[in-house]
Each structure stands twice: as C-alpha cells, then as structure tokens.
Design a protein around this ligand. Structure first.
Ligand code: 9MR
Length: 355
C-alpha cells in the first residue's frame, strides 16, 4: 500500500505553500491529492444538501475526502416543521440515509435557532408553546437516535455584538436561559448518547462575543445542563489579527469538552471595505488564517477533537457564492468548481496530517 500521507516537508515544498509565504503560485496543484479523511487523526466533516446527492462531482469530493456529514438545512425547522407544527421528515431522512449509506458520521444541525419557527409558534398560549417546543425537540432527536454522533441543540444564542443573549420568540416564550436549558434537557432525554452542542459564530473574531459564549457554557455546565460539546462555526474573517483564533480555541478547550470546528469557510471578498491588496496577498492572508485554525484545533487533546467541518464541498457549493454581492470568484473552501484542491486544502491537510 503506498503511503499517501502528506508530510510537512512535502507541503512546505509545494507551490501552494510558497504562495502562502507570499510568492504568487506558479502552477495550480496537479493530479489528485490525498484524501483528507485518511490524513487526519480526527473526523473531517462537510455540509451538504439533499439536492446535491445525484451530482457526481460533488459526491466524488465528499466521499473521497470526508468522514462526517452535516445536513446544510434539511434538519432545521425550515424543512421539518409545518405551519400547523406537525413534522415532515422527508428531507431529513434523505440526509440521514445518505450518511448511513456512505459510512459517514451524521451531525444533526440545528434544533433551536432564533431565525426559525417564529410563524408556526406565534400566538400560542404558554402551555401549548412549551409543550410543542418540547415535542419538536423530542421527536426530531428520537427519530435519529443512534444515528447522530452529535446535535447542535441551540444555534447562535449570543447577541450579534456579544452583549448578552439574543432576544427572540424562544426566549420570550420560555425565558432567556431557560429555553436553552430546556432544549438540552429534552434532547438528552430523547437520546442519552448523542453529544449535545451549543454552536455559534464570530467567537474568534469578536473577543467579547467569544467571552459571552464561553460564559454561557460555564453557566450551563454549573447548572447541570447536559451540554456535551462546544461548536464554533468559523466563517472566518481573513483579516482577524494573528493569534486570536488560537487564543479562542485554547480557552474553549479549557472546559475539557469535545470541540467542533463546525462550519469553516473563509471568504476572500472585502465587501464594503476598500482593499488595495492583490488577489495573491489576500489569498496568502486567507491561507495563513486557516492554517492557524487547523493547527490550533490539532493542539487540542485528541479526545477533544470532535470534528473539523467545512461548510461546503466545492467553492461553488458555498452559501457565500449564493450571496447577491458575490462576483463569481470567491474561493472560500478547499476545492474549486472542478473538485481540484485550492490553497486551503494544503493549509488544512498540512495541519491535520501533523496530528
Ligand atoms: O448554508 C446554509 C444555507 O444553505 C441555508 O439556506 C441557511 C438557512 O438555513 O443556512 C445556512 O447555514 C448557516 C448555518 O445553518 C448556521 N450558521 C450560518 C450558516 C450560513 O448562513
């Protein structure tokens, strides 16, 4: 059996690694690259949508490189919850079957999210609101019991600017902290094995938000909530100061819980900012930040590395490419439209292989 593992030496000698050091890449990488899932000593995840299951190019990238699957939207209320609060599992089942049929670990995403479920729960008396909230969580988690390794139980609980928690229909109906505790308790009762995550974004980017999030983790644990894992999305800002990602991950790891890099992508777009840097300079910055993230993840004790998940297989699969500001050139992921490795592949492969 040939040994496909990438060594650090191999990566440092590659044109893409040179690009990361500041020189322009001379040629794109040639030929197939090593499967990420074979290089990494931990699960490597990807999100996907049921509409992609018949796309041969997508399947090839996903089944070659990844060992864990997060449904991009089919396990959210938008797919499962009908207006009368009955449940429709058609698409969620399709995703669970895709994972099972292809030997991928399944990560459930997401039970309670401030941005979903408001219409179906509007105008209910408190008793019905609470009962249907519990029922939703119980039925969804029970249906996939034994199939999910973990669930994002509450997604994006912290306020945008990090000043406390968000206010929304769930917090108004059941209380700020109480709706969170309740969701974890019901999920735990429905599935004693699945690891239950609190998941959020911009935690590395806004230290204040990171601190509020970790404060919430602490508070929940002290209150006996069955929170079992920390999910940090990492929709990365490539201009985040050096060291900030490492600092956040180190602190998050301090709880001793499994940590999930749950939705990595790194847009090259500058949006409203005036950016005079060349494309090469921005790419070098992007590669450096993703390298820092992957290395900081690998610095966690092995038992705490739940998974390193990217939010899409190919650049063209990214939600960022569906944004109206997109110019069709953003490359936020590890593979391009044709399934060829981007510089981010090397960044991630190098760090994961070193573990
Ligand atoms: O990428 C997802 C997109 O396809 C969905 O339409 C959208 C709404 O369900 O959610 C996107 O994923 C989000 C994730 O669930 C939570 N963190 C932010 C992600 C990007 O918006």
């Amino acid at each position: 059996m040939p040994d496909f593992r990438l060594t650090r030496r191999h990566l440092l000698a590659s044109p893409l690694a040179l690009a990361a050091c500041g020189s322009a890449p001379s040629t794109p990488p040639l030929g197939p690259v090593s499967p990420l899932k074979d290089l990494a000593p931990c699960p490597v995840g990807v999100c996907g949508m049921s509409g992609q299951f018949d796309d041969a190019g997508w399947r090839d990238v996903v089944l070659t490189h990844f060992s864990q699957f997060t449904p991009e939207w089919e396990m959210k209320m938008e797919a499962i919850l009908r207006p009368d609060r009955s449940l429709d599992f058609t698409l969620a089942d399709r995703c669970a079957d895709f994972a099972t049929d292809n030997g991928l670990r399944l990560h459930g995403h997401a039970l309670v999210w401030y941005s979903q479920g408001a219409e179906a729960f509007a105008g209910l008396d408190r008793k019905t609101f609470a009962a249907d909230y519990d029922r939703y969580i119980r039925e969804v988690v029970t249906r996939y019991r034994g199939r999910t390794v973990g669930w994002d139980v509450v997604n994006e609980a912290v306020a945008e600017d990090g000043d406390g928690l968000r206010s929304h229909h769930w917090s108004e109906g059941l209380g700020d902290i109480d709706h969170i505790r309740r969701a974890f308790d019901v999920a735990r009762e429905a599935d004693p094995e699945s690891i239950l995550f609190l998941n959020d974004y911009n935690l590395e980017n806004l230290p204040r938000k990171g601190a509020t999030f970790l404060g919430l983790v602490d508070k929940l644990l002290k209150a006996g909530t069955p929170l079992g894992g920390i999910g940090s999305q990492f929709h990365l800002d490539i201009d985040i100061p050096d060291g900030q990602i490492t600092a956040f991950l180190r602190e998050a790891g301090g709880f001793g819980l499994p940590v999930h890099v749950s939705e990595l992508d790194a847009s090259l777009r500058s949006d409203s900012r005036i950016d005079l840097r060349s494309a090469g300079e921005r790419q070098a910055r992007q590669t450096a930040r993703v390298t820092e993230l992957a290395e900081a993840f690998m610095a966690l004790p092995p038992g705490q590395r739940y998974a390193f998940t990217v939010w899409g297989a190919r650049d063209t699969d990214s939600w960022l490419r569906r944004d109206e500001r997109d110019d069709g050139r953003d490359s936020p992921l590890l593979f391009d439209a044709s399934g060829t490795a981007t510089p981010l592949y090397d960044a991630v492969a190098g760090a994961l292989a070193s573990g």
